[in-house]
Design a protein around this ligand. Sequence first.
Ligand code: HEM
Length: 287
Amino acid sequence: MTQADGLSYKDYLKVDRLLSLQKPRSKPAQHDETLFIIIHQTFELWFKEILNELEAVHRSLMKLNVREAIRLMNRVVTIEKLLIDQIHVLETMRPEDFLKFRDVLSTSSAFQSLQFREIEFFSGLKDPRFLLPLNRVAPSDYNRLKKRFEKPSIWDAFTFILMKHGFRVQLSPGEQDMGERERRKRKLEKETKAIVDLFSSEQHPDIRDLSEALLAHDQNFWLWRYHHMAVVERMIGMKIGSGSPHVTDVTGGLSSGVPYLKTTLSKRFYPALWKARTGFPIPSEEE
Ligand code: HEM
């Protein structure tokens, strides 16, 4: 961008277009609705950037470039720290101010955020209940989500790296034929053992660093869920929510709100990374 080519900051970033996208629906306009819209829009922008980075992490791992994957994963983790902080800006909004415009949100909820589910799926947390054709999801969004669900995840790429370095994470043909539940159990056991082995040896420091970056990504999502839930309880207490009805316990198409959010706190992208910690060996005195 030089002065010579006549491109301005405003044109490059499409600032006019960007600033025309905050349109409060409340009448008379409620002051805090602008904050509410901007917070959600900036979250969606950061979600886009996280997906962009996760794509690059995946590509790097497929090329066995672990150092580059760590570098970019650390960027994701840094952005997520920002998002954990950002949710608290909403605490400057008083519950009564939110309730003045809550009605205009109608049945819309960030529960329907496509990119949020894409990050979950791409990271490795694939809950098929989020794939049921939803009445409020456009077919193009549904197809996008389905593609993401079917594509190999970051965790698949990580286990590919483990395999390439001689760790046994693959199921045997006999195990492949087992029922879904047993197969999952065996897979988790193998992955957990591989991580314990990884941390029991001096070799592969890069893969250990990569696993720590993945763990930080998982932990930040978990923390975000917790912080978001606290902000929601502060804002609406135990009032019912407004998300899509198929996953949550529902009354008349509404989610249970905070009780639903509590159920999400146990979600993890990488259960093997957490489980392995219990099995990490205690270093001997000489080490
Ligand atoms: C006043 C502020 C907010 C309130 C009262 C609120 C309320 C809720 C409620 C009640 C739910 C449960 C589903 C539902 O009933 O809709 C939910 C889910 C969710 N919210 Fe918020 N929220 C707020 C701000 C935000 C912001 C700023 C984001 C950022 C994108 C966000 C992202 C989400 C996501 C991703 C879910 C789905 C979580 C899951 O299913 O694991 N929320 N929210």
